[in-house]
Design a protein around this ligand. Structure first.
Ligand code: PHE
Ligand code: ZN
Length: 850
């Protein structure tokens, strides 16, 4: 890696380009190892910033260049092509070039590549420069016309189809767009077709394109797409703007999916669905991702980002929108709890370690490393807070203004906040710190009761994070409600807006002392420190009207129980066990909610909590105590489990909220039953399963009890032809392995004939599961660390983007004891010392060791 490649770039250095683009004509002559790309681009000089014509380009074989039809002087480097200003003449410029690329050899899956004989592209963030010379930056937007020549039957690009003939097709996208939204697909594909009529009466053709054989797995995705289109019209007033909307499923893809204009490309795991092969969680995720990519059409495509530092402008907002959509389609409380679980598991973990960065980073070496939980999930939380602070009505007014004012533009976070300031008259200067300050605020609360008045004293503090030692107080919307001693709500939810480091709020004229329910609906992404006793928690678990807080109290009871077991061997109290039992038997509660209450904090969560309390987490002790608590709870509930298991049986599989809720409770119960019945119920459920939720859920129960061998064999035999299902097979046996066997099982799986480093889903199935098996990955032998490091080094040569993302498994290394720290640091150093390491991986390792 040379020095310039690892130099950071800074938000503060942003400059407009020397040239804008008007239109782009591309012709692709597709061939696996020698694709020709001809370009004709009209450039318009930028009077604000005159200079050379600067084009990015990487791994391109340049065949010809001309400006206005003539030869010109130019300079080509590893990263681009420059034509000096003096050679450009006056006025608009017609630039023409031809390059050759080799999609077949592209294992990084960035730019134009091949997957199972199909050509496809991935250009976000900076992949277009691997297709041809171009100003590959999101503020440069052009109107694209694309001609594809190939014998393959299906040839797709962005926008609307214009003409086609034998061996060729042309597409025109009337909406100016940055290069990262460019897409091309060519393959032997079949489509699941439908149509949608927009509110204003425009008919849109919809297609999901898949490999032959997968046609029967498209119906659910298509319904999700139509629901998304309707929802965006109803809730945000946004209609679709082309004659056609295409989705393509590809097996080899680095991320979940991509919002290319009019031609979304999906990891097949995020679109293909059938009851036999997909779990309820898969269905829910597919619905959410289809919505996410569709919603990008307005938040991302019609209004894009000025530069990559503004990534949260499109991602935070689009995640927020897909979360609201999923809540509307399913259950808001359940969805909110799932969001918080994911936020804590991924974003809080990131924010508390060496990879912490602001929602809008101020510098980066490789932008691919910033598609993070902080940018996405915390970015969405910030929008939720903004909405809470200004209110629903002002939120939608501000959004209308945003779309009016910035349609067709490449915008910034300043533009975004300005529409809120202009609609509400508020000053959002302090609120803006949510975009610039990294770290998770710790919010502490104490309370006093004085003659009918309850006062809550809040204080906030954000711990130092890399390159940010001084932290300022944030604007924290704190939702509070009060529950009277008889369990009735006496003060409904109100939003307290905290802006100071310390601030108190008083509720007056109260009869008897109520119990406060604080941070309802998880109104801010903070860690709340509140010392209340177990009976009070149990009281809120029983009576809180806010479903999130109700769940949270059960979770806090479980967490405190586990911490006490680990730290000083205190056995679980009856308060906790009885409280859980009351919830589980309460048939008035949604089964999905009851299943969530039964869930225990993850081992990683417990480790983080122990660190927060000044302890050094011992992964094996966490694992053993958590299992011990599972056993104790099972004994406590043993008499009700069999009947509950039976009563949650569902009929014909429908992947809706109701069915999935019942199945999740049924399977949570099954994993307990398996601890006491020798695996009989799980084996029977596995054998009888007619849907993947039940099949994978019963397999999981067996694996967790170390009784899964026969089921694994049967599962492989049944599904060896199905890549997506086999990913589950690879993943589950590592995810649920006992600590001392985890690394060995993962290692053995890499020898399996169906294991391949070239398919990111398969690599993630094994190694994501290894990293996610806390006690297994952190086993004292260090075998987990060594195995992951070895494979990341190998993967980095093929696919730096996916390798670097997965390296974050090491981000928590400072949490553990000196022996584990030494081992993890040594593996990081070993990765870092690898010759020819990618820029992506170099940056990750440097930050983690930094
Ligand atoms: N922009 C995509 C999304 O959020 C994610 C993505 C990023 C996909 C980079 C591929 C590459 O929907
Ligand atoms: Zn997105």
């Amino acid at each position: 890696m040379n020095d310039t490649a690892t130099q950071p770039i800074f938000l503060k250095d942003y400059q407009e380009p020397h040239h804008w683009v008007r239109d782009v004509h591309l012709t692709f002559l597709l061939a696996p190892t020698a694709t020709r790309v001809r370009s004709r681009i009209t450039f318009v000089p930028n009077p604000q910033n005159p200079g050379d014509l600067e084009l990015n380009g990487e791994d391109l074989r340049l065949l010809s260049v001309a400006v206005n039809g003539n030869d010109v002087p130019y300079e080509v480097t590893d990263t681009g092509l420059t034509i000096p200003a003096h050679a450009l003449g006056e006025g608009d410029i017609t630039f023409e070039a031809e390059v050759e690329i080799a999609p077949q050899e592209n294992t990084a899956l960035e730019g134009l590549y091949m997957s199972n004989g199909m050509y496809c592209t991935q250009c976000e963030a900076e992949g277009f420069r691997k297709i041809t010379y171009y100003p590959d930056r999101p503020d440069v937007m052009g109107v694209f016309t694309v001609r594809i020549e190939s014998d393959l039957p299906v040839l797709l690009s962005n926008g609307n189809p214009t003409q086609k003939g034998a061996g060729w097709a042309e597409w025109h996208d009337p909406w100016p767009k940055p290069a990262y939204l460019f897409a091309l697909v060519a393959g032997d594909l079949v489509n699941h077709a439908d149509t949608f009529t927009t509110k204003s009466g425009k008919a849109v053709d919809l297609n999901i394109w898949v490999r032959p054989g997968d046609e029967d797995k498209c119906a659910f995705g298509m319904e999700a797409l139509k629901k998304s289109m309707t929802w965006d019209e109803d809730v945000y007033g946004r209609e679709y703007d082309l004659d056609i909307f295409n989705i393509v499923a590809v097996d080899d893809f680095n991320m979940g999916a991509m919002e290319n204009k009019g031609l979304n490309i999906f990891n097949s795991s995020c679109v293909l669905a059938s009851p036999e092969t997909s779990t309820d969680a898969n269905f829910e995720r597919i619905e959410g991702i289809i919505a996410h990519e569709y919603f990008h059409n307005w938040t991302g495509n019609r209004i894009t980002c000025r530069d990559w530092f503004q990534l949260c402008l499109k991602e935070g907002l689009t995640v927020y929108r897909d979360q609201m959509f999923s809540g509307d389609m399913r259950s808001h409380p359940v969805k909110r709890i799932e969001e918080v679980l994911a936020l804590r598991a991924r974003q809080f973990r990131e924010d508390n370690g060496p990879l912490a960065h602001p929602v809008r980073p101020e510098s980066f070496v490789e932008i691919n490393n910033f598609y993070t939980a902080t940018v996405y999930e915390k970015g969405a939380e910030v929008i939720g807070m903004l909405r809470r602070v200004v209110g629903d009505e002002a939120y939608y007014k501000a959004l209308d203004l945003y779309f009016d004012r910035h349609d067709g533009e490449a915008a910034t976070i300043e533009d975004w906040l300005k529409v809120f300031e202009d609609t509400t008259g508020r000053d959002l200067a302090q609120f803006k710190q949510w975009y610039s300050q990294s770290g998770t605020p710790r919010l502490s609360v104490e309370e006093t009761w004085d003659d009918g008045a309850l006062t809550l004293f809040f204080s906030q503090e954000t711990p130092a994070t890399p390159s940010q030692t001084e932290k300022k107080p944030q604007v924290i919307p704190i939702t509070v409600g009060l529950i009277g001693p008889n369990g009735d709500e006496v003060v409904p939810t109100t939003v307290l807006e905290m802006t100071e480091a310390e601030q108190s709020f008083t509720f007056e004229n109260l009869g008897a002392r109520p119990v406060a329910s604080i941070l309802r609906d998880f109104s801010a992404p903070v860690i709340l420190n509140r010392h209340i006793d177990a009976p009070t928690r149990a009281f809120l678990l029983a009576h809180d009207t806010d479903p999130f807080q109700k769940w949270e109290m059960g979770r806090m009871l479980a967490r405190d129980t586990l911490v006490a077991m680990i730290v000083d061997g205190t056995p679980p109290a009856a308060t906790y066990l009885d409280a859980i039992r009351d919830v589980v038997v309460d048939d008035d509660l949604d089964p999905a909610f009851r299943a969530l209450v039964l869930g225990l904090p993850s081992e990683d969560d417990i480790a983080q909590k122990l660190v927060d309390e000044g302890h050094t987490p011992d992964p094996q002790a966490i694992h053993d105590n958590r299992n011990e608590l599972r056993r104790i709870r099972t004994d406590h509930l043993a008499d009700i489990l069999p009947a509950l298991f039976d009563s949650m049986k569902t009929g014909a599989f429908v992947p809706d909220a109701e069915g999935s809720g019942k199945r999740s409770l049924r399977l949570a119960v099954l994993s307990m039953l398996t601890l006491i019945d020798g695996g009989a119920a799980a084996r029977a459920a596995f054998a009888a399963a007619d849907n993947m939720t039940e099949q994978a859920g019963s397999l999981r129960s067996l694996l967790l009890a170390d009784m899964g061998q026969d089921a694994l064999v049967a599962f492989e035999k049944q599904w060896k032809h199905d890549r997506l299902v086999m990913d589950k097979w690879f993943g589950m046996q590592v995810a649920y392995a006992s600590p001392e066997k985890t690394a060995q099982i993962a290692q053995t799986l890499t020898q399996h004939p169906d294991f391949t480093m070239k398919n990111p889903n398969r690599f993630r199935a094994v190694f994501g599961a290894l990293a996610g098996n806390h006690a297994g990955f952190h086993h004292e032998s260090g075998a987990g660390y060594a195995l992951l490091a070895k494979h990341l080094i190998e993967l980095d040569k093929l696919n730096p983007q996916t390798a670097a993302r997965m390296a974050s498994a090491f981000e928590t290394w400072r949490r553990y004891d000196p022996t584990r720290q030494d081992k993890m640091r040594a593996e990081l150093a070993r990765i870092g010392a690898t010759k020819g390491l990618s820029r992506d991986m170099t940056e990750m390792v440097t930050r983690m060791l930094g």
